[in-house]
Design a protein around this ligand. Structure first.
Ligand SMILES: [Fe+2]
Length: 616
């Protein structure tokens, strides 16, 4: 569409006809170009028009195109512009064609309310021409022209102008982002890790490349825009491009100093967008000298992961790189299989591999936790009547071996010494990859859900090994939702080598859990009988409550409601260690005193444990 026509007399007396036209323009289709190959077709087809205006300034001599350049401005704001694709046809050079076009472009930009115009060049002659039109060298090979009314641009443009609003980035943000990234503040060594843009690098088509790279489900880009429609922050995350790391994205962001208090809003939006496309881990890197970047990501919940020494060279010296990551809860499943990536075997190829039988690998067998078992109405009734249920020999041979190894490791770490409140034994899953993997193990989740129903949370994992001579545990009960019986809390005890009655055996009082009394305490069986048990009846059978001494074969699992009254007899001096670990799960809805999970562990991505780690 032709919008205006102007005549300009060139140095040699020829007339230059200047037309301003925005794509799509069939008339100029073959005569002008977009040099950015990754968006050329879209731009020339006019697909960006809604967000980004791209008027071409086209000069013709005697009906032939002699030169052109394009101005890019956001459709919703005239303040920031980019000048791109400046060219003069070879035989029309040295007549002043580019100068005439640039004069018209700058005049139009300023009269429409433009404040800052950016371009870049590596050509010294072009640089002189731009200087004559008011451009000054700015950052890297970039130049900037400020409108006469914008002499205080650097101090005023990114000043606080109302609360910022976060939204997804679009093509209209390309010029706005150039203003944000080509500003001296914040003075970070790494300006945009995703596009290799550093303190002294001009930022321009970087934004176009970034938006192309994250299209579809390959990433996320959000901006923080203030009331004046200025982009005062931008954050992007780009997914790693392989099957094994597709759940990981590298993130980077920039925010104007007056808006750093809204960093959390900006990064939360990126995290939400990332989780929706199956990204569960965001990584970000900072130069060690960029301290305020580090403190902003830490405030936004990123954890320090590593310091990579001497990874970054600048001004003849080396800087360290600091790596941060943040794990995201509730991320969608990863979208692709190995067949979707270069080099991966496709499904039809698998079908053609003759007679292929996939052998069960050691790793697969190791992953099986339980033998077949039934947990139907009978088992549920017994658990609910007695408060506990023994599932004899449930642990597979492999899992018993892996569990023993894990518990030997825990035992070697002085599990009940060290920092009180963060004992290794009480936070056992945080010290063993195998125990950690069991929290979300499919068979573990299934068992917990059969007992508790669908809505469950992990509560704790405690190692309770008892070496020969261990004094056992006196009688007690535990608390959880004492007044609301609709919320359950179950402990799943793994007795890897079992136990005999009278030798570190678990002892119970069937039916005691119905009292939902969390304060039961007694030093001995006699004391329990003479005090708490005395005069109490089983609410189902109306029989007097009685102590029961249990014994279980190796590999047994015992389920126990948390309010069940229980104790443990001493381990005989001559007996070997009774290896035991308990995993506890509950229905969410109440605070939990026994919830021993560190904040970092709660945020950690554990396969299968998505949604199980939070309190509620
Ligand atoms: Fe206990």
């Amino acid at each position: 569409m032709t919008e205006a026509v102007r005549q300009h007399e060139l140095r040699n007396g020829q007339m230059l006809t200047i037309q301003v036209a925005e794509p799509p323009f069939p008339k100029f289709e073959d005569k002008v170009a977009c040099w950015w190959s990754n968006v050329a077709d879209s731009l020339l087809a006019g697909e960006f028009r809604e967000a980004l205006k791209t008027p071409y300034y086209i000069g013709e001599i005697d009906g032939d195109v002699a030169g052109y350049m394009v101005l890019m401005v956001p459709a919703d704001s005239p303040e920031i512009g980019l000048v791109e694709f400046v060219i003069t046809v070879e035989e029309q050079r040295r007549k002043g064609v580019s100068s005439a076009l640039m004069g018209a472009l700058v005049a139009d930009f300023v009269s429409s309310g433009g404040l800052a115009l950016y371009l870049c060049t590596t050509n010294p002659h072009a640089g002189q021409l731009y200087e004559r039109h008011g451009f000054r060298y700015h950052i890297g090979d970039g130049m900037r022209c400020l409108a006469p009314s914008a002499s205080d641009f650097d101090d005023s443009f990114f000043a606080r102008g109302g609360e910022g609003c976060v939204r997804s980035a679009h093509w209209g943000d390309v010029p706005k982002a150039a203003a944000l990234f080509n500003h001296r503040s914040p003075n970070w060594m790494i300006k945009d890790d995703l596009t290799d843009c550093f303190r002294d690098t001009r930022f321009e088509s970087h934004c176009i490349n970034l938006l192309k790279r994250i299209e579809g489900d390959r990433g996320v880009c959000c901006v923080l825009e203030n009331e004046a429609r200025r982009v005062v922050g931008l954050a992007a995350a780009e997914r790693r491009n392989n099957v094994h790391e597709q759940h990981v994205a590298r993130m980077s962001f920039r925010i104007a100093p007056a808006y750093t208090d809204q960093t959390g809003d900006l990064l939360s939006a990126v995290q939400e967008g990332a989780a929706e496309i199956g990204i569960s881990c965001l990584e970000t890197r900072a130069a060690a000298c960029d301290l305020d970047y580090q403190s902003l990501v830490e405030t936004a919940g990123f954890d320090y992961q590593a310091m990579l020494p001497d990874r970054f060279q600048v001004d003849g010296r080396s800087e360290d790189i600091v790596l941060y990551s943040r794990f995201l809860d509730n991320a969608a499943p990863v979208p692709r299989t190995v067949a979707d990536y270069y080099g991966g075997r496709k499904e039809w190829q698998s079908d053609r591999v003759c007679g292929q039988v996939k052998p069960e690998s050691t790793a697969d067998r190791g992953r099986l936790l339980f033998e077949k078992y039934s947990f139907g109405e009978n088992e549920r009734s017994k658990l609910n009547a007695d408060g506990h249920l023994i599932l004899p020999g449930l642990l597979t041979t492999d899992s018993r071996e892996l569990l023993t190894n894990a518990l030997v490791h825990i035992e070697s770490k002085n599990p009940w010494g060290g920092t009180t409140g963060h004992e290794v034994g009480r936070f056992a899953a945080e010290y063993s990859r195998y125990l950690e993997s069991l929290i979300g193990h499919p068979q573990m989740r299934e068992l917990a859900r059969r007992v508790l129903g669908e809505d469950i949370r992990f509560d704790h994992c405690v190692a309770l090994n008892r070496a020969g001579g261990n004094s056992g545990s006196t009688w007690h009960s535990h608390e959880y939702s004492d007044d609301d019986i609709s919320l359950g809390f179950v402990r799943i005890f793994f007795y890897i080598n079992g136990f005999e009655a009278g030798d570190a055996n678990l002892k119970v009082v069937p039916g005691s859990h119905h009292c939902r009394d969390p304060k039961v305490r007694a030093e001995s069986d006699d004391e329990l009988r003479s005090k708490w048990i005395k005069d109490r009846l089983h609410p189902h059978t109306q029989q007097p409550l009685e102590i029961e001494q249990l014994s279980t074969p190796p590999g047994s699992v015992v389920l126990m409601w948390t309010h069940a009254v229980h104790g443990v007899n001493p381990r005989k001096e001559e007996s070997d260690t009774r290896w035991m670990v308990v995993f506890a799960y509950r229905n969410p809805g109440c605070p939990s005193v026994a919830r021993w999970i560190t904040p970092a562990f709660e945020r950690k991505r554990i396969n299968g444990a998505e949604g199980l780690m939070s309190l509620y």
